[in-house]
Design a protein around this ligand. Structure first.
Ligand code: GAL
Length: 675
């Protein structure tokens, strides 16, 4: 391993393979079998001590590191590297008893109890100090242990507690608002408090946004989301300071829950050396399961501007926390693991190594099941994958190039999901089809925060970019003016960062760029569709929403048919400067949306990686003058795949791949392309 004082220059020793290891649930004899089996399965890294606070500090200020010393040395002796957790994810019972105010409070004002996990208020001083103290002790003791590869800080922040309504949070919120707005006049203005007689005369009058009779002030709610994100981020930063303060120099990360929208992952990524994801697609979605996690992988990679991320957790087969927990059929765990590598991961890891025999997750699958490794289908699949991954070290630190960016911000999601809108909007449900259209067409895409640099992208897609600041709009205008292509959807450019609606017609600030104006919209009922026809005569369904547009220079590409919207524009294009701005005033049905976006990409010289093949995912990783093409069949049937003239050697089977391929059910190829 190359380990420098500067984590930025750190390079992984190879692709990492392993999982969460909880030896504190087992007698020490079991550890010996664990390390032997780990070696047999190709495990080279484990995440250790994630929920071990009670074992490490059994009484306040009394530490017992003996067992952890022994297990770390044992792993080290067997060549297994460690992501050492700070062990702060779940405070022990004595802690909650000693600091009852550290327990969070729900929206009804009821305090949660200890007895599960993550029971801490994000603004609790005692939790913040206790966690930082333990993180510091861990770093002091193990900061120079050669087996410790990285620090795993806490675990899945905001998985359970992403808001708290205790008095401490209320007081801290007031302070946070004072720092943000300085004066009450500025706050009153930002929150539009002249509506419903909400004008504040003193900071002490401000309450948390819970238990209101009807809609809470939306600008206040948006600030509360920002405040909670900042409060939880402060916990992460507190642990980081403790680790660095103790002199530990290994890189660090914290693992995000897939699909979590309460933390601004672009902001969090600035403080972590690696982004890391826990990925749990639902196997019962069958052939669509993979599509539900592609977005989260693209966020992880994009949040650190293309740097490989860590797949920290996934299930070998079933979880235990859905209402019905189905198995991953044989082969599915492997394809989903390759999917993470394909989209930029440098590790494949699981929750957890050995299936627990007690506790709330005893029915959750693991790498070693209750029945033992011998004769286990799961262990056999785990070992086969471990052996394959060993041979793929060429992938290490390679990048996933993309010329299409999907504009996305967590603030926008928070703003979209605040109630009192024209319709209730589930942001992910509305935004993901736009990403899915690209992913299922094998077009690589980055997730781009609207404040990020747009250079390097030829096409930017803005689905439901409801919140758009003047500065972001200005940068988009310049992007189009200088030759870029923007595709903007309905309900975009509606509100500023205070959630104030822009005047003069939507999309605010971009009407001139798009050559149109929106002044009304019709959200559709569940199951209701509208119909539109394009200039080529193709008819398709319009879903979710219909904007009423007035053209002001834009060219009509498709119009509605039927009803009072008959003849009104559905899709438009406008030339602006050296570029083009498309507006799609609805969500076209999936096949149409895919063809539309593929067509726009092709016109911009961006081509799909494979010919159309439903259920087959493709992605490219590039580095050191080599290009590696992943081709993954997520279906349980053989697929014929057109490589569009590409050829090369498959690194998994060491066979030559021509420009057409028959891919077996759940088949994977990783082709080193010949130029
Ligand atoms: C994650 C968590 C793990 C385990 C796993 C079960 O949320 O980090 O500790 O609970 O899910 O799927």
């Amino acid at each position: 391993m190359t380990q420098n004082d500067d984590p930025a220059e750190f390079i992984l020793p190879g692709l990492l393979y392993g999982g969460d290891y909880n030896p504190d649930q087992w007698a020490e004899e079991v550890w010996l079998e664990d390390v032997r089996l780990m070696q047999a399965a190709g495990v080279n890294c484990v995440s250790l001590a994630i929920f071990s606070w009670a074992k490490l500090e059994p009484q306040p200020g009394q530490y017992d590191f003996g067992w952890l010393d022994r297990v770390i040395d044992l792993l080290h002796a067997h060549g297994i590297r460690i992501f050492l957790a700070t062990a702060t994810a779940s405070p022990p019972p004595w802690f909650s008893r000693q600091y009852p105010e550290s327990l969070p409070v729900d929206g009804n004002g009821l305090r949660y109890k200890q007895g599960s996990r993550q029971h801490y208020c994000p603004n609790s001083e005692s939790y913040r100090e206790g966690a930082a103290r333990l993180a510091g002790r861990m770093a002091q003791r193990y900061g120079s242990h050669p087996a410790v590869l990285m620090w795993h800080v806490n675990n899945e922040y905001a998985c359970h507690v992403y808001e708290c309504y205790c008095d401490r949070c209320r007081d801290t919120f007031r302070g946070w608002l004072q720092a943000r707005y300085t004066t009450l006049d500025a706050l009153n203005d930002a929150w539009g408090t002249d509506f419903w007689s909400q004008r504040y005369g003193q900071w002490a009058e401000i309450a948390l946004p819970n238990r209101t009779l009807t809609f809470v002030n939306p600008s206040q709610m948006l600030d509360y989301r920002r405040f909670m994100n900042a409060s939880i981020l402060a916990l992460f930063r507190g642990e980081i300071e403790a680790i660095r303060g103790a002199g530990a120099v290994q890189p660090l990360f914290t693992n995000m829950v897939y699909g979590i929208r309460w933390l601004d992952q672009f902001e969090w990524a600035r403080y972590a050396d690696y982004t890391a994801l826990d990925s749990y697609p639902d196997p019962s979605l069958g052939e669509q399961a993979w599509q539900t996690v592609a977005f989260a992988y693209d966020v992880m990679r994009s949040a650190k501007r293309g740097k490989p991320f860590l797949l920290l957790e996934q299930a070998t087969t079933q979880v235990n926390w859905r209402t019905i927990n189905q198995l991953k059929p044989p082969g599915m765990m492997r394809t989903l693991s390759y999917q993470a590598l394909a989209r930029g991961a440098d590790s494949v890891m699981f929750f957890q190594w050995r299936q627990s025999k007690a506790g709330a997750e005893k029915f959750h699958s693991a790498m070693v099941p209750h029945g033992g490794a011998d004769g286990s289908r799961i262990f056999a699949e785990v070992s086969q994958l471990g052996a394959e991954i060993k041979r793929l070290s060429a992938l290490l630190d390679t990048r996933v190039p993309a010329e299409v960016g999907l504009l996305y911000s967590f603030e926008n999601v928070w703003a979209l999901e605040i109630d009192s809108k024209p319709a209730h909007i589930e942001a992910q449900e509305a935004i993901l089809p736009w990403h899915d259209a690209l992913v299922t067409a094998s077009l690589p895409v980055d997730i781009v925060h609207p404040d990020m640099d747009f250079s390097g992208y030829r096409v930017l897609i803005a689905p439901l970019l409801y919140q758009l600041t003047a500065d972001q709009a200005d940068r988009l205008r310049r992007f189009v003016q200088s030759g870029g292509t923007l595709v903007m959807s309905y309900f975009s450019g509606i509100a500023d960062e205070r959630d104030h609606l822009c005047q003069g017609g939507y999309p605010a600030f971009l009407r001139e760029v798009l050559g149109l104006r929106v002044d009304e919209w019709q959200p559709l009922l569940p199951g209701q569709t509208a119909r539109f026809q394009d200039c080529g005569g193709r008819l398709a369904d319009a879903l979710h929403w219909v904007d009423l547009l007035h053209l002001d220079g834009a060219e009509l590409l498709a119009h509605y048919q039927g009803g009072f919207i008959d003849g009104r524009p559905a899709i438009t294009r406008h030339r602006f400067g050296a570029g083009h701005a498309f507006y799609v005033g609805t969500r076209p049905e999936a096949a149409y949306l895919r063809d539309l976006l593929v067509g726009i990409c092709v016109d911009n010289g961006i081509h799909r990686l494979l010919g159309a093949a439903p259920g087959v995912e493709a992605s490219l990783r590039v580095g050191d003058g080599e290009r590696y093409l992943f081709i993954i069949n997520h279906l349980q049937t053989t697929q014929s795949v057109d490589l569009l003239g590409k050829r090369g050697i498959d690194l998994i089977t060491q066979t030559q791949i021509g420009d057409r391929l028959l891919l077996e059910p759940y088949g994977v190829r990783l082709v080193r392309l010949q130029f």
